[in-house]
Design a protein around this ligand. Structure first.
Ligand SMILES: [Zn+2]
Length: 84
């Protein structure tokens, strides 16, 4: 299962940073994830797999998870057919 991380998510890691803070905001998404310490603003980059192992929980989700997504939006009724 792939960890879903979004920009501006705030994550708590199992191990506190050297400064004593343990919450990080996601500042870069990619194969590597960029995090900035909320306490001392130190930036780190770590592979997604490492973040998965270190992640304790999400403190704040920037994009709320939506179980129902996108494909069939805006259908007023199941029988509407606008192609006529
Ligand atoms: Zn720090």
């Amino acid at each position: 299962m792939v960890l879903e991380v979004y920009l501006d998510d705030v994550v708590r890691l199992r191990k506190p940073h050297a400064c004593g803070g343990s919450d990080w905001v996601v500042v870069r998404i990619g194969a590597d994830i960029g995090l900035r310490c909320l306490k001392c603003h130190h930036r780190v980059v770590m592979p997604r797999s490492q973040l998965e192992r270190r992640l304790q929980r999400f403190v704040r989700r920037a994009v709320p998870p939506e179980p129902e997504v996108d494909l069939d939006l805006d259908l007023p009724s199941p029988h509407t057919d606008v192609r006529a």
